[in-house]
Structures are given as C-alpha cells and as structure tokens.
Design a protein around this ligand. Sequence first.
Ligand SMILES: Nc1ncnc2c1ncn2[C@@H]1O[C@H](COP(=O)(O)OP(=O)(O)OP(=O)(O)O)[C@@H](O)[C@H]1O
Length: 256
Amino acid sequence: MGFVEIDSISHTYFTPTTANNALKNIHFTIEKGEFISLIGPSGCGKTTLLSIVAGLLSPTNGKILIEGKNPNQLKSLIGYMLQQDYLFPWKSIEENIFLGLKVMNLLNEETKQKAIHLLEVMGLQGVEKQSPRQLSGGMRQRVALVRTLAVNPKLLLLDEPFSALDYQTKLKLEDLVFTTLKSFHKTALLVTHDIGEAICMSDRIIMLSRSPGSIHRIFKVPKELRELSPFEARNHSQFPDFFQQIWKELELLEHK
Ligand SMILES: Nc1ncnc2c1ncn2[C@@H]1O[C@H](COP(=O)(O)OP(=O)(O)OP(=O)(O)O)[C@@H](O)[C@H]1O
C-alpha cells in the first residue's frame, strides 16, 4: 500500500441548474518521500483534487487514504502552501510561525525553538519581531513555509506556491523547498502551471486532461534529473528534451 492512496476519485460540482464533472476516476498512489506534480490545462481539476486530498472537500465518489486513514482524521498531518502567503499582517513573524502550533495545541519551548531554527535554515534569522510588511514576497513565502513545516506535517500540499514570485526568487525558493523537503523526507503533491518547475522538483508528473478531469499520462522524471537540485536540473542536457515532450503533449490537451 502507498503512503497516499487516491482511490477512484470522481467529483461533480452541482448547482441548481448544472452538474459539472470536475474529476473522473482519478487513481494513483504516492510513496513516502515522493514528490509528485500535477499539471494540465486550466480547469482540469488540479485544485479540486488537492482540496479532496486535504480533506477540505468530500469527493462524490472514491476515497483517499493517507497511511491507511481518512484525511479528515489527520488534518494536522497535512500542510498546505498556497500562492498567497496568508500571513497575518498585524502579527509579528514569530507569532505567524507559531500560529499552527498554537491552534493545534503543540506550542511549547521545544516546538518554538524548532520553528525559530527553521527560520534560520531558510536564511531568515533575525526577522522574528518584524512585521510581514517589512519583508519581500520571497521572504514571506519562506515564512509561510516555516509555519507549514513547524507542525511537522507528513504530507505537503503545494498549490502554485511560487507563481506570484519573480523568476529569480522563484528559482531560489524551488531549490530551498526541494532541499528542505528532501532533508526531512517529506511527501509532497504540487500543483503547477510551470512544466520546468514540475520537471526539476518531481519524481513523477501526473498530467490531467479536462472535461472531465482525468489522468492523461504519468511521466517518470529521468533519474539523472531527479538526483539534482532544481537549479542544476534545469541546466542538465536531458532537461530540454523532456520539457519538449511534456510541452507537446500539453499543447494537444489545451486545444482539445
Ligand atoms: N466551487 C465550484 N463550483 C462549481 N464548479 C467549480 C467549483 N470549483 C471548480 N469548479 C469547476 O471544476 C472544474 C475544475 O476546477 P479546478 O479549479 O479544480 O481546476 P484547475 O485545474 O485547478 O484550474 P486552474 O488551472 O485554472 O487553476 C472547472 O470546470 C471549474 O469551473
């Protein structure tokens, strides 16, 4: 059994007059420590799937099991990182990174110290007393990552966490997130529109097609690229060919 079992998920959004089949029979597993990316044309159901895995939305059909359990039983073990950092502007950085720990009743001297240490790991030592307004977008996203990791989640769900950043910051953050997650042996599911990002961060890439959202193809990232940091992977000789392969397939789906 995989660490995460996504077992024949279908989802329909109902309105009084319409039924929108957002997902149909999505079935795959994620191994512990694996990094998976979801890509596909707009509206193919990536965010819907992530919300279902997070336990925020109940699928119309099928089930999700994380270590054999329903995600609703384990919300505390799932961390979410989004495009917006959702830091509270009126709270200090320190208060922001302790927030998840506080909500989950896990705030003590040890967990506080670990969170502060994570800030240092992210290159943010000394910002504890500052306000989010004083930090750049990339710094705030790093704080958001610290807050997410502080509660020691087993599964990280990343919904386009780098898409609002400038290109250089995005590349740096990809490297940082990648190395941090690998060093803590975290399992992650990333939604992205960026093929390059999917290639350089993932072990496998799941391409969805739309109407209804279903798995079109699963790509295994070549071993040579998986062994490198995202920045190095983007510069590897195998990167352009693999990029082209995925790009062409995605183009076909976009115009379907
Ligand atoms: N709350 C909702 N009510 C009705 N339909 C919805 C709702 N949320 C999403 N949908 C529809 O479900 C389908 C999948 O949407 P979803 O946002 O999951 O796709 P996505 O792949 O994340 O899109 P994008 O890449 O544009 O962010 C789309 O057709 C969308 O219009």
